[in-house]
Structure formats: structure tokens, C-alpha cells
Design a protein around this ligand. Sequence first.
Ligand code: MN
Length: 285
Amino acid sequence: MSTRSLQRIIRSIPASDGAGVKLRRSLGQSPFQRVDPFLMLDEMSSDNPDDYMAGFPSHPHRGFETVTYLLEGHMLHQDHLGNKGDLKSGGVQWMTAGRGIIHSEMPQQENGRLHGFQLWINLPAVEKMKPAAYRDIQPDEIPHVTLATGGTAKLIAGALEIEGKVAHGPMQGLSTDPLFIDVRLSAGSLFSLPVPATHSAFLYPYQGELAVGDSTAKLPLLAHEAGVLSRGERIEARAGSDGAGFLLLAARPLGEAVVQHGPFVMNTREEIEQAIRDYENGELV
Ligand code: MN
């Protein structure tokens, strides 16, 4: 079975979004730093409420999905469909913007600390104008599995086969077939998982470091770096001496043109101009 190697590293850079939320952006810092169909990955991590309390007041999206996953802290969500959600530590908000959603995401104070991620996943051209949808996934809906080689994984999307048993995450049946897991490894332990061979994939350690692939000679993948993997049937990574916590993202690439203007991601310039007009005329949603 072919093991995936580390092909490219996207180092995160400090960025600010919403009303001034300080974050680290790896994917999405430029059009060249995407991993089709993944458009963006932001990590928010701060002990200082001034870095995040301003939040993400009312703003639009069209053409893709936004996935928010919180490790610590909580965040209130409201949208034009009337959904209200309180995203808690360990919970996920999976929002399909489709033709349009207008929402706000406001961090709440919880012992001062906020640590979480926002991931943008593209939609295929034929689904970009479908109706918006929203799902709040509670922490207890996310399977917590023990890996055969040690360590644990929280399975947010897709399926995992471990010793002949298949576990399913709460998000299934999307056309990009995403696998989204949060993996914790103890010091020096090995992670090894078969994945669909032609899916795009990357790893994002948020704690500790990883030696990726079957070569031990390579430089480790450090915390807050996205490690883009080659194609292959298996992902292998070994935790460094501090153990590791990392996100694993894999999905079927779309191979379609991407034209992005802020919160709108479409396939052509004309569709972006339409999205801007629709938003200005109150017809986005
Ligand atoms: Mn948003």
C-alpha cells in the first residue's frame, strides 16, 4: 500500500478577520495556498478576550461550506434562516452557504480562552446555488475512537475503519466526501490510516509536531503548519516527544475553476459580480 509523503508545507501567518479577530491562517492566505476542495483554514487561539471578543458580526457567504470546530470556549451563531446555536467546546457547526447565508458568529467569554478552527470547503459548481443549510453538532454526537496504533480520534466527518469495524462521523454523504478527524497521539506514537487514494489530504498539528510518511529523515511538520500530502492509500505520521494533536482533512478534489471575492466563492468572474449585486440588492438569500 502506498504511503503518502509530505509534499508541501503551508506555514500559517497572523491574520485578522471579522471585526478584528486575531487568528492564524494557513490555507487561504493566497489563491495558491489552497488544497482543492479545501479553500481556507483558520486557527483561533488566545487567552486574551481582546483578541476575539469583537467576533464576526453579520456577514454573507455564497458558494461553499464553512465548518467551525471549537476545542475550547464557545460561540453564538445566528443566521437569516432563524437558526440560533451555541457552539460549545468539542462541538462543530457545519454550514452550507449554498446560494446564500447571512450570519454572525460571536465568541463568548469562557475562562478567557478561545481555541478553535474555521475550515472552508468548496462546493461543486452544480451545488453552489442550492439552498443554505445549517447543522449544529453537539460534542456527544461525535464518535471518539481509539486507534489501533494508539491514540484517539474524534470523527467529525466521513468514516474510519479500525480493526474491521467502521465508525461514521455525524457528517456523511457530501459530494466531496470529506474526512475530518481530530487526532491525539502520545509521545512517539504512530498514526496509520487507510484513506481513499485519490482524495486530497493535509495534516494540521495544533500541538506538538509530526514526522510524516515512511521516511524519518525529513524535517518534522511543526505546530500551526499545514502539511499537504501526496496521493496514496495510507496516511502515516509519528508524534514527536511532546505528543501531538492534529487535524486530518481529506476530500475528493473538484478540479473546477475557483474565483473568490471575500466571502463569495464561485467558478467565474460573472458569478462573483452576480453575488455582489444580489447582496447589495438584498437578494443573496
Ligand atoms: Mn461566516
